[in-house]
Design a protein around this ligand. Structure first.
Ligand SMILES: [Zn+2]
Length: 301
C-alpha cells in the first residue's frame, strides 16, 4: 500500500480534499509511450483530489520516486518535431522576461527533452547552458549540438553550484515530479539574486480543459499534480519567490499534432492525421490557446 501524501504545496490533509478524478489505470494499456512527452492521449490517471486551500489538483497516492525514475528513463520518444514547435512558442512567450533580465550567465532547463529550447537560449545570448533529462530515448533524439548540454538523469539540486544560474526553466514538467515544491525551492537556491524561474504548466480551469473533462490530455498517468493559475502562483510564492505572475499563452503546432491531442475517435484521428501529414499541409502551424500557463517568478536581488 502506497502511503498517501498531504497537498504538495500547502500540506493540507488529503483526506479533507475533494475527489477530482477517480483512478483510471488499465495496466494492459501501459506502454513505452505512457511516460513519453506529447504522446497520443491515453486518458488514464491516478486518483486526483482538489486542495480546497491552494487550488492544486494532485494524486494523493503517487508512485514512489524510484519507480517514477525508471518509468521516465525507459520511456519511448517520437516527438522531436513537436518539441521544436513547443520550444519556438516558449521563446516567443518569454521574450519580455528575457528583455528584463540583466545577467545571461548560466541557464538550466529541468526536463529538457532533446535540449532544443537550450539552442534558442544560446541564440538569445545565454552562456553555460545545461539541461537535465531522464529519458534516454529523448536524449538519443537530440542533435549532437544540443546533446552536449544534456545531463541524463532525474534533477538533483546538488549536481549544481548554489546561485550559479540567471535563468531556470521547467516546462511541462512540474506536473510530473514527486515534489514540485522541492523543485521550486531548489530553483530558488540555484538562482543568482535577481534571477528568474519560469514554468509552463497545464491549467485545469481553462475553458478548453473544462469542456473536454475526462477526454482532456491533462488526464494523464504521468501527472502527479495539475495546476490552475492560482495553484502555480501560490506554489512559487510559498517557495519564496517574488513578483510571481502567471498568464496563458498560445501554442503553435501542426494540424496533425492538434488532431492527435483532440478527443476525436481513433479512426477519424488516424484519417485526419494521414491527411495533415501530407507535404503541403504538414508545414502549416496553427496557434491555439489551450490554457497552458507561463509562470514567472524572481529571486530577491
Ligand atoms: Zn494545497
Amino acid at each position: 500500500m502506497i502511503p498517501s501524501r498531504t497537498c504538495p504545496t500547502c500540506e493540507f490533509p488529503s483526506d479533507e480534499a475533494d475527489l477530482f478524478f477517480a483512478e483510471n489505470i488499465k495496466p494492459e494499456k501501459i506502454s513505452g509511450f505512457s511516460f513519453a512527452s506529447r504522446k497520443l492521449p491515453e486518458y488514464m490517471c491516478h486518483r486526483m483530489v482538489l486542495c480546497p486551500v491552494c487550488d492544486l489538483v494532485y494524486a494523493d497516492t503517487p508512485p514512489a520516486e524510484d519507480a517514477l525514475a525508471e518509468s521516465y528513463h525507459a520511456a519511448s520518444y517520437d516527438s522531436s518535431e513537436e518539441a521544436d514547435d513547443a520550444a519556438k512558442a516558449y521563446i516567443l512567450a518569454i521574450q519580455g522576461v528575457l528583455d528584463r533580465l540583466t545577467g545571461r550567465d548560466g541557464a538550466l532547463e529541468i526536463g529538457t527533452g532533446t535540449g532544443v529550447f537550450l539552442k534558442h537560449l544560446e541564440e538569445a545570448g545565454f552562456t553555460k547552458l545545461v539541461g537535465v533529462e531522464p529519458s534516454r530515448a529523448a536524449i538519443d533524439a537530440a542533435t549532437p549540438e544540443c546533446r552536449k548540454w544534456i545531463r541524463e538523469g532525474m534533477f538533483n539540486e546538488h549536481d549544481f553550484e548554489p546561485e550559479s544560474f540567471d535563468l531556470i526553466c521547467c516546462f511541462m514538467t512540474m506536473e510530473h515530479v514527486r515534489d514540485p515544491m522541492e523543485i521550486a525551492k531548489s530553483a530558488l537556491r540555484l538562482l543568482r539574486p535577481g534571477g528568474v524561474f519560469l514554468t509552463v504548466t497545464h491549467d485545469y480551469r481553462s475553458p478548453v480543459n473544462r469542456f473536454l473533462g475526462k477526454r482532456s490530455p491533462i488526464v494523464d498517468i504521468e501527472h502527479l499534480q495539475i495546476f490552475s493559475e492560482r495553484a502555480i502562483s501560490g506554489l512559487l510564492t510559498r517557495a519564496g519567490f517574488l513578483e510571481v505572475s502567471a498568464q496563458r499563452f498560445v501554442n503553435r503546432y501542426s494540424l496533425r499534432y492538434w488532431t492527435r491531442l483532440s478527443p476525436l475517435p481513433a479512426g477519424i484521428k488516424t484519417f485526419l492525421g494521414d491527411c495533415f501529414g501530407k507535404p503541403v499541409l504538414s508545414r502549416i502551424r496553427l496557434g491555439i490557446n489551450v490554457g497552458n500557463t507561463l509562470a514567472c517568478a524572481y529571486k530577491r536581488r
